[in-house]
Design a protein around this ligand. Structure first.
Ligand code: ZN
Length: 461
């Protein structure tokens, strides 16, 4: 019997804290040895010479097969995870949405049905709490025990949003039960007022999507949620920060010693409000919430990512075909909110983060993998390369130069917001629990091979 099932040979291993040359020996889905000149007899060998060997990417914010505005996001757990795998991501965490009047278990059952037997890489599931009462609060400890340890609340969107009472009660209950509360921070009333005003004024083009959701509406909601977390004495994660207005609130709270966590996404680092002005309804491609911001926010966002005000980069992957986007041809508020991004996250962050000198390789691993694993209770099973950890690994070639275009991607949608972006560096082999699932940008894995990840209490960073 051979010592290893798989050996990754001759690469430069990069973790959140170290960079060193070594081989990795994999057996029964785990890394079992890290060393020099490991025995390859009888093992499958991946030649990683001249390449980086990173922990597989973790995208902790996706929306596969998600109902929104009378339609569904166009990637399901099969197509969406194939795209993720081809892009070097080995774990996603998606959001199960609680339906009004239904239990949290109903939500997790619905999402497990969408994911189980379909996903090609591992997946965790957050819960979006939309309709809170005492029964739901009492359900939380058991749901957390089952591995659904994070709960997001929307502060905006009709039908999904919760009030401050729900936020404070959820913060307290989730924290005492060993989970983590999260918010989508935008001020509902500001957006509602401006949307109605623009409707009356006949302003329906995609740019008004951005103008109806000003950065201060995000900053206000983030600041309010942080104050509620302080009152509850609970940690809080603010997802998809887009601007200085919200990250300045996080920075202040963290400086005061409060456990506030922040996420951002490539679109808020690389795209801007100007994209909404593209002609022929092209601006609809970028309709997502929070909206893309004035580019003057970019330096602040990159700095926040570098200095750990923001700890990780997710995508908020929620694609819709242009045909679906046309539901809002007359009025921006009817455009389904969301855009694709799951497949390009690793290459974009390497190119514009590492290759452009904004941060180093170890920080790249932290923001694309390790920190999300810690915050969302998956570490050290996921998010690192260590003896005993799942063999979720991406072999990454830093010298590949390509131009992003829709036709090379596997996302089930007819555009990419990053069309024409120059990429330096790309994943060449993606390994999920010891099995090669993608090679040179093509999927070679198996439908249904992904497993549900039982997540535990957060490690705050
Ligand atoms: Zn989202």
């Amino acid at each position: 019997m051979s010592k290893f099932d798989l050996v990754i040979k001759g690469g430069t291993v990069v973790t959140a804290s170290d960079t060193f040359k070594a081989d990795l020996g994999v057996k029964n889905e785990k890394v079992i040895e890290i060393g020099i000149d490991l025995c390859t007899e009888g093992a499958e060998v991946v030649d990683a010479s001249g390449k980086y060997v990173f922990p597989g990417g973790i995208d902790p914010h996706t929306h596969m097969d998600m109902p929104f505005g009378g339609t569904y996001s166009s990637d399901d757990f099969k197509t969406g995870t194939i795209a993720a795998a081809c892009g070097g991501t080995t774990t996603i965490v998606d959001f199960a949405i609680q339906q009004n009047g239904k239990t949290l278990k109903d939500a997790t059952d619905t999402w497990r049905e969408k994911a189980d037997g379909k996903a090609v890489i591992d997946y965790g599931i957050h819960i979006s709490v939309t309709d809170l009462n005492d029964d739901i609060l009492n359900e939380m400890p058991e749901i957390i025990k089952q591995g659904y340890s994070s709960f997001k609340m929307f502060m905006t969107y009709d039908g999904l949003r919760v009030d401050d009472g729900t936020i404070i009660r959820t913060l307290m209950k989730v924290n005492e039960s060993g989970g983590l509360a999260c918010v989508h921070a935008e001020n509902y009333y500001v957006i509602d007022y401006l949307t109605k005003k623009f409707r009356e004024e006949g302003k329906g083009e995609p740019i008004y999507h951005a103008l109806s959701r000003p950065d201060l509406a995000e900053g206000e909601a983030a600041g309010r949620a942080i104050k509620l977390a302080k009152i509850a004495n609970a940690p809080l994660c603010i997802v998809h920060n887009s601007c200085e207005a919200s990250v300045s609130e996080i920075a202040r709270a963290r400086a005061e010693g409060y456990p506030i966590i922040g996420e951002t996404c490539p679109q808020y680092l690389l795209l801007s409000e100007d994209n909404y002005r593209e002609p022929d309804f092209n601006g609809a491609k970028y309709v997502m919430s929070p909206p893309l911001r004035d580019k003057k926010n970019w330096p602040t966002m990159w700095k926040a990512l570098k200095d750990n005000t923001v700890q990780f980069v997710a995508t908020d992957h929620c694609p819709f075909f242009m045909k679906q986007k046309e539901m809002g041809k007359e009025f921006f508020a009817q455009i389904p909110n969301g855009a694709p991004g799951v497949e390009l996250r690793m290459s974009l962050m390497y190119t514009y983060g590492v290759a452009e000198g904004k941060f180093d390789l170890n920080r790249f691993v932290q923001v694309t993998s390790t920190n999300a694993a810690k915050v969302y209770g998956m570490y050290p099973q996921k998010g690192t390369i260590a003896v005993g950890s799942d063999a979720d690994i991406v072999v990454f070639d830093p010298n590949v130069e390509i131009v992003a275009t829709k036709s090379m991607l596997h996302e089930n949608v007819d555009y990419t917001p990053y069309e024409g972006f120059k990429l330096k560096g790309a994943p060449v082999v993606t390994i999920s629990r010891g099995s090669i699932v993608a090679k040179d940008g093509q999927f070679v894995g198996k439908e249904g091979a992904g497993k549900f990840v039982i997540r535990k209490a957060p490690t705050l960073i």
